[in-house]
Design a protein around this ligand. Structure first.
Ligand code: TXA
Ligand code: MG
Length: 332
């Protein structure tokens, strides 16, 4: 369909269409959260399993409050501190909620208040919230600019709002806030456990990171974040045993000089296929680049890619990158 303005998008969404929208994390594929037919289109376009519920986006936390029930008091503090922003909250829904089409019939919902001027302007023009999973074919990495969306889904959707490159580049942190005494992190993102702990210090609530339990989001059961090209994690370039076909290498800036030399010597025909993810000293930049690098990788049309094993550190973004790569990489 092509690029549309906020005004055009609002009109399309009111009629039950689907439009890709920019957020600070990744692009979303939006539809009226209360319109069963519109929601159905999202599932069809993305080829998303029917039992996988959708995050609902609101203009402000205040405008989301009328949909949720039994909200623990620490949630107000989290909203005050982090919203709008890349922290999504799993809460109980009120009975007979108009949002049931978006939650795959569940009696709970993940609410998100995006921090992106253009998306906020759109939400302000609508009197319904927008259900929006990431704007990508199910299983694939998320899109972080409008061209990526256009290439993946362009001919199947009613429009894309171009809001530039996403600032964060990886999906929001998701936390389960349904219990008074425990906050569970279901998906890592730019807002980390330590910041959340600090914010809710005066409440009798523990913040549990993922890993301590099998409990997670339905979506994490499925394949995720992956480029079409298989990515193998290696400890040293010597593990590469390609004989004929050209391949690609994903490296950090710090690894580049050595890897480039090594490639020129051993695999000169693949030496041009080196993609730099960013600097190990700047994990935020790596997060911002990650899916764009996957997109470049697929554009190279090589038969495989190699990624040197890297420790992304203990920061929230570092952990979020590691969580995603873990689902992507294969081992030789
Ligand atoms: O940053 C983001 O959160 C982006 C942008 C577009 O806002 N959205 C996003 O949506 O990443 P999606 O659908 O790609 O990932 C949402 C995850 C999925 O794993 C889904 O299973 C889970 O959240 N989820 C959604 N609603 C849920 C619910 N009611 N209960 C449990 N998990 C839920
Ligand atoms: Mg997704």
């Amino acid at each position: 369909m092509g690029f549309v303005t906020v005004e055009q998008a609002a009109r399309i969404l009111k009629r039950g269409g689907v439009v890709a929208v920019p957020t600070e994390t990744v692009y979303g594929l939006a539809a009226d959260a209360t319109n069963r037919r519109a929601i159905k289109k999202i599932y069809t376009v993305k080829k998303r399993p029917q039992d996988n519920p959708l995050i609902c986006h609101f203009y402000s936390y205040e405008s989301a409050e009328k949909y949720v029930a039994d909200v623990p008091s620490y949630v107000n503090v989290l909203a005050e501190k982090f919203l709008p922003g890349p922290l999504s909250l799993l809460l109980n829904l009120r009975a007979n909620s108009p949002l049931l089409p978006a939650t795959a019939g569940r009696n709970n919902v993940i609410i998100r208040i995006p921090d992106h001027t253009v998306f906020k302007k759109l939400l302000k023009e609508l009197d319904f919230p927008l259900a929006a999973p990431s704007a990508n074919t199910s299983g694939k990495y998320s899109s972080t600019n409008a061209e990526m969306v256009e290439q993946d889904l362009g001919n199947k959707i009613d429009g894309v709002i171009d809001g530039g490159q996403c600032k964060v580049g990886i999906e929001s942190t998701i936390i389960d806030c349904r219990k008074k005494s425990e906050i569970r992190i279901l998906r890592q993102g730019a807002v980390g456990a330590d910041e959340i702990r600090r914010a809710v210090k005066r409440f009798a609530v523990t913040v549990k990171e993922k890993g301590s339990s099998k409990e997670t989001t339905p979506g994490s059961r499925y394949k995720h974040y992956a480029p079409r090209t298989p990515v193998y994690e290696i400890n040293t370039p010597d593990e590469i045993k390609e004989t004929k076909s050209p391949f690609s290498v994903l490296v950090l800036k710090e690894q580049l000089p050595a890897v480039r030399l090594w490639m020129k010597e051993h695999y000169p025909s693949s030496a041009k296929n080196i993609i730099v993810l960013g600097s190990v000293k700047n994990e935020k930049q790596i997060a911002k680049n990650l899916y764009k690098c996957f997109h470049r990788l697929d554009g190279m049309k090589t038969s495989a890619a190699y990624l040197l094993k890297t420790d992304f550190g203990k920061s929230s973004v570092g952990k979020a990158i590691a969580e995603r790569l873990k689902k992507v990489v294969l081992h030789l």
